[in-house]
Design a protein around this ligand. Structure first.
Ligand SMILES: [Mg+2]
Length: 131
């Protein structure tokens, strides 16, 4: 199949968030932008979804029970095959130290909730460019 803008392979994005509202809202935004979406309710569910699906990117919350976003990202990055998987944190935490912690864990980008649909999709496309 030819790869051009008209016949583009849909990218799969894993959304990890403990809020059902956020999962549905972000899923809606990404599906409108023609992405395929998989969701997970916390970090450990996120790892399970990642291991069983081919994901092109991860969008993760920070504050979650069982396994929070920082630990989830650290575990993803601990596995060589996910070294270059783009990870975006989307969190209500907006302090510089939260962002630092996110980048230290291995996130590529940190967006503060609520992030406008346009900003979110724009950043996702930027990080997926050439992939
Ligand atoms: Mg949360």
């Amino acid at each position: 199949m030819a790869r051009n803008s008209a016949v583009e392979t849909r990218k799969t994005i894993l959304i990890v968030d403990d809020s059902e509202f956020v999962r549905s809202y972000h899923s809606y935004i990404l599906e409108q932008a023609h992405f395929r979406v998989i969701t997970a309710v916390d970090g450990s569910d996120g790892l399970e979804q990642l291991y069983t699906n081919a994901c092109d990117m991860v969008l993760t919350d920070i504050n979650m029970c069982n396994m929070d976003g920082y630990e989830f990202i650290r575990r993803v990055r601990a596995e060589g095959k996910y070294n270059s998987l783009p990870i975006i944190i989307v969190s209500t935490e907006s302090e510089a130290r939260d962002k630092m912690k996110g980048f230290e864990a291995g996130a590529n980008l940190y967006l503060v909730k609520p992030s406008s649909p346009g900003t979110m999709v724009e950043n996702i496309r930027l990080l997926l460019r050439g992939r």
